[in-house]
Design a protein around this ligand. Sequence first.
Ligand code: ADP
Ligand code: MG
Ligand code: ZN
Length: 475
Amino acid sequence: MYQAVIGVEVHFELSTETKLFCRCRNSFGEAENTLCCPVCLGLPGALPVINSRAVEYAISVGLALGCRVNSSTRFDRKSYFYPDMPNEYQTTQAFIPICVDGCVEYELDGEVKSVGIHEIHLEDDAGKLIHSDNGTRINYNRAGVPLIEIVTEPELHTAEETVAFLEELRLRMSYLGISDCKMQEGSMRVDVNLSVHKPDQPLGTRTEIKNLNSFRAVANAIKNETQRQIKVIENGGTVIQETRRFDDVKGVSTVMRSKETHEDYRFFPEPNLPPMYITDAQIDHIRTNLPEFASKRQKRLCTYYGISSADAKIITADRLVADYFEAVASLCDQREAANRIVRDLMQKQRETKIHITESHLTAEKLAEIINLFVSDRISRRTSREVADVAFCEPIDVSDYIEKNGLFQITDEQVISDAARSVISENAAVVNDYRNGKSAAFSYLVGETIKRLNGRASPQIVNKMVDLMLKSNKNL
Ligand code: ADP
Ligand code: MG
Ligand code: ZN
């Protein structure tokens, strides 16, 4: 009878060339403290300059999530002290976020659901503390990297809904191509706010859960926290508004800190950055350049290429794979293209950890292989083998097939000669055939293929043996 009420705050690191307020390079995994300057180190007198690309990215996210873009917006200082923050404040948008009032539809078990987006704001990231036995080091390479924070309305109710929404969100972000969206590396970070109540009662007090670095951890944390809060209430206690840390290995959450109030942050407008004005023309320009998102593309691939909805879903789960599919499908049999990508290449991609588009198997090569298969020049098995090799090595497809003797014999004259001698040497089998034994036919086909070193096209052999048996009734 208790219902969980969930709102999430999701941070994405934007993959801009440079940081949000300085020209330091924005890059992950470089040598420690090599991507820093007076601005992102918060040195006195250094002045920030806003990165207009980050602003464009934030607007495109807003449009992708159905938000309204504020025509004028600004930055505020959020004061707090922590060693990974070089300034004594984070530069964020506390009062006039860049985008507001959005809505995202997502699917769960075939049902379309939606969740409101309260706001999207831009802010700078902190550095990273590296704890070890010898003490703690700080790496400021990440300090000043642009982040967007997407805040939903408290309209989710279960772990499944939340994860389905987050998957849709990540998919849209990856289609926009503006973030790596990797939870393990921290380029996508999810904080869960959760309360419980009885549906006819007002909303309960929420806790915020941090330190979630996979969708699995998000789901586990939600289930765990829902039960914990229900137990607290049923035991006559009250839920305290606090921030909790979830340990996915132990499956428990612990208090991190009691929730700061707005006042603690002492927000005030950032004096070193002017307000930003965003024009309708700018918004329209960004809107026109939005990609076709996955769910729409999935439908189009089904109707346009005649592939199954399930295949289209797998293909469109990755924008680059969808691009690859369309490139292949424009050059060969479309269903076969979908088939190969979904059944063979996705598997290969997982095994080798090489993305299809970074493998040696270009769209042209895959189409060439498919065309050779469809026209019966190579067997299905050969076509899969060649694709497998071409994925890892820069082979020339027909050279490789030629050199390895993998082309099928399709010459009808050659095949009928072979069939004729097989038939004449197997009078007893032919007799069985005449008496209606269907296994006899298969035997003759098999023998003919063997005679041609296993390289004859089975379809043509079938056809020739059949023709010959029928035309030579008295053979
Ligand atoms: P703050 O300003 O303290 O960050 P917000 O009102 O902006 O708080 O909400 C932050 C997040 O908490 C949002 O994702 C919102 O949906 C969620 N939230 C707010 N109230 C509740 C509640 N009672 N139960 C669950 N989540 C909530
Ligand atoms: Mg918040
Ligand atoms: Zn810098």
